[in-house]
Design a protein around this ligand. Structure first.
Ligand SMILES: [Zn+2]
Length: 399
């Protein structure tokens, strides 16, 4: 198989490796437990319970491969970010298969040893919330190691001693790649180990592997790859792993048009990770000039779910022209097991440099009633112009 075509071939053949028992939009602990109990019977994988969450749910590792280079990948440390959990299960299915990719599998399994920890935060996953059971962000607990989940990840890395770590997340839909107005569908970060954003050898290697991922993905999402903000976060895992000499790569699954359930972005995760593994196994990332990393456009928060332009606000006998940016937050109700949306007016004023995933020019429309314009308040608006327009929960309902 020609290596140059690898990303294309993975793209074309992905359907055969998709783990059809889970969806990228919502994954619960029971979903992965059922798959893992089957997977544990395979001679290839060692499935182990490595600890329990605060509420007592099992957290698992899956190890496979016999190589000297250890690779650690974990997902869903934020409970409401399940896309990469699905991709990790796709990878397990890929490694279980026998087909024309066999020479590649054999090479990866002989040079690398994989450690996957899918769903590090099962308590958060149950509620579809970022934080763990006592509402702390696990990715701000890498120093204090107060929660079970953080302790477990840190101790696991100490024991496995990975050269590369993959920290897998979802980001919201409001990021663009630079100021292009294009969605940032995948954003990548080689985290810094200090506020000076120093580049040690571990970070340099992360940047090189990121450039390999970017090269593989750009044909599928031209202009849709961004570099996540490299402000140092002293409490996060990636920054601390890099500090301790472990190369770390953050992959954020973002928004892609016509992909509300993130199945396409899941597939991009699958391609990203195999690309990275191949590059690490063959050490070909070492030939890359790491400074090119800074040419990847930075993630910018320039989008709203709904952008209403050129509205007229009447107040105290005067008229003001304003744009309104509204965001919809996807929320999950564990009781009904259904998603719903609640909206906020995120910003009001001159939004001519921003874009909307949905945009409307409401020139000559007057705001006749509105909810409070504050971050936490519902964004309900009624406009009048050629027609009456009602906006509820971030969606336009025309009267
Ligand atoms: Zn996250």
């Amino acid at each position: 198989m020609e290596r140059g075509d690898l990303a294309d071939q993975l793209f074309e053949n992905y359907g055969g490796y998709r783990e059809n028992l889970i969806k990228a939009s919502l994954i619960h602990h029971d979903d992965i437990k059922n798959i893992l109990s089957d997977l544990g019977k395979s001679a290839l994988f060692k499935v182990e319970e490595i600890g329990r969450s605060v509420e007592g749910r099992e957290i698992f590792s899956i190890t496979f491969g016999t190589g000297k280079t250890d690779i650690l990948a974990w997902s869903q440390m934020h409970g409401d970010e399940p896309t990469a959990t699905a991709a990790l299960f796709d990878l397990l299915k890929f490694f279980s298969a026998c087909d024309s990719f066999d020479p590649l599998r054999k090479e990866l399994l002989s040079k690398l040893k994989f450690h996957f920890i899918p769903m590090l935060n099962p308590d958060g996953a149950r509620l579809f919330q970022r934080e763990n059971a006592f509402n702390i962000d696990i990715n701000r607990d890498a120093l204090r190691l107060e929660s079970n989940e953080s302790k477990l990840l840190w101790n696991y890395a100490e024991k496995a001693d990975p050269e590369f770590c993959f920290n897998l997340h979802d980001q919201n839909s409001y990021y663009t790649s630079g100021r292009s107005g294009k969605h940032s569908t995948i954003s990548l970060l080689a985290p810094p180990s200090d506020h000076l954003k120093s580049i040690n050898y571990a970070r340099e290697k992360s940047m090189q592997v990121i450039l390999k991922i970017e090269e593989a993905l750009k044909k599928f999402i031209p202009g849709g790859i961004a570099r996540y903000s490299d402000d140092h976060e002293p409490r996060s895992f990636g920054d601390n792993f890099i500090k301790n000499g472990r190369s770390s790569i953050l992959i954020e699954s973002g928004y892609f048009k016509s992909d509300p359930d993130k199945e396409f972005v899941r597939k991009l995760n699958f391609i990203s990770l195999i690309t990275a593994f191949v590059s690490i196994a063959g050490r070909d990332f070492e030939k890359i000039n790491y400074t090119e990393y800074f040419n990847i456009p930075e993630n910018q928060e320039m989008l709203f779910d709904l952008l209403l332009r050129n509205l007229i606000l009447k107040m105290n006998g005067s008229e003001f022209k304003i744009d309104i940016g509204i965001n919809r937050k996807k929320k999950y109700d564990p009781a009904t097991k259904k998603f719903f949306y609640s909206s906020t007016i995120q910003e009001v004023g001159d939004l001519s440099f921003h874009s909307g995933i949905e945009e409307y020019n409401f020139e000559n429309h007057i705001i006749i009633s509105s909810g409070k314009i504050a971050a936490d308040e519902p964004a309900d608006l009624v406009l009048t112009g050629r027609e009456k327009v009602v906006i509820k929960n971030g969606f336009i309902i025309k009267d």
